[in-house]
Design a binder for this molecule. Structure first.
Ligand code: BV8
Ligand code: ZN
Length: 249
């Protein structure tokens, strides 16, 4: 049994008495569901020789949309069988327990919603939708069965245009309304959790800075130190799925 991470009683009390809680999550919150992270564990994800921030970039959509679809179809295939873990389910329970709980995720895997979280701020979009390059309409990819080879790139049912993954790629703006709501929640929270993120991708990582500047107590949950660790009031070293349920909110 891995050594239990220490959670200070004073921290548990502080969280239990918090009115407004904001949580920023990254790939690490899905790690215990079997979703590979991007950077942790000593190596960045590479796809067909391209680092993921090259294949997951705006210019790749122009340069090679078919390769972008191959990359996201591969990841959807991995995700299709995976389930939320205790971190996702605990955070979904917290939505009912705090009078003001907002969660913003950098993840595109849909696992927070699958765990029952009703209002998920998906800062980087979702792997489960396609969006038309011509008219911006989106459509769900949920009904595509694994194993089939659906048409790629998908064709927009409205205008016949080519569609792309409905995901925010490197070099692209985040959905303004989503980022705004996340920033407002970070601004007003008493406690900010930073869970399972290496804290290198902006503007998402900047949400922890907003919370800190606004006077929140910032708690990081991560087995490793990150780019945000110095900013946090404390880092609880360990796995999110093991630590979060122990707050017993
Ligand atoms: C933007 C969707 C304005 C795609 C993602 C040059 C040109 C343009 C922009 C930039 C540029 N240089 C820098 C930038 C800004 C860039 C950026 O921040 N780059 C970084 C790398 C330096 N940002 C952008 O481009 C953003 N847009 O700036 O727009 C603009 C517009 C035009 C021109 C200029 C500026 C858009 C960023 C969004 C990119 N899309 N995802 C996809 O998924 O393929 S980001 C991608 O990284 C994922 O969303 C991922 O979630 C995210 C961040 O990674 P993490 O979530 O932190 O995951 P990571 O693997 O890194 O870490 C996991 C952590 O979990 C580790 O710490 C590990 O220890 C921990 N862990 C492991 N197991 C557990 C655990 N923790 C807890 N429990 C466990 N069990
Ligand atoms: Zn269209």
């Amino acid at each position: 049994m891995a050594k239990e991470s220490l959670i200070r009683e004073s921290t548990v009390e502080r969280v239990r008495s918090a009115k407004n809680v904001f949580a920023l999550t990254g790939a690490g919150v899905s790690a215990e569901s079997g979703v590979p992270t991007f950077r942790g564990g000593g190596g960045a994800t590479v796809w067909k020789g391209m680092p993921f921030d090259v294949i997951s970039s705006a210019q790749m959509v122009e340069r090679d949309l078919a390769a972008v679809w191959e990359w996201f179809d591969y990841r959807r295939g991995v995700l299709r069988e995976l389930k939320p873990n205790a971190a996702h389910t605990t955070l979904a329970e917290w939505e009912e327990k705090f009078n003001d709980f907002t969660l913003a995720t950098q993840n595109i895997d849909g696992l927070h919603a699958a765990a029952g979280l009703k209002d998920v701020l998906e800062l980087h979009g979702t792997i489960w939708q396609a969006r038309c390059l011509a008219c911006d309409r989106s459509k769900s990819l949920r009904d595509e069965r694994g194993g089939e080879q659906p048409q790629r790139p998908p064709v927009c049912g409205t205008c016949g245009g080519e569609m792309r993954p409905d995901v925010v790629l490197f070099g692209e703006m985040l959905p303004a309304n989503v980022l705004e709501r996340a920033a407002e929640a970070a601004e007003r929270c008493d406690v900010c959790f930073v869970i399972g993120t290496s804290g290198v991708v902006y503007p998402a990582a900047g949400l922890a800075e907003i919370a800190k500047r606004a006077g929140a107590y910032v708690i990081e949950i991560n087995p490793e130190r990150t780019a945000l660790s110095d900013l946090c009031d404390e880092t609880i070293k360990g796995q999110a799925g093991e630590i979060l349920p122990r707050f017993q909110i």
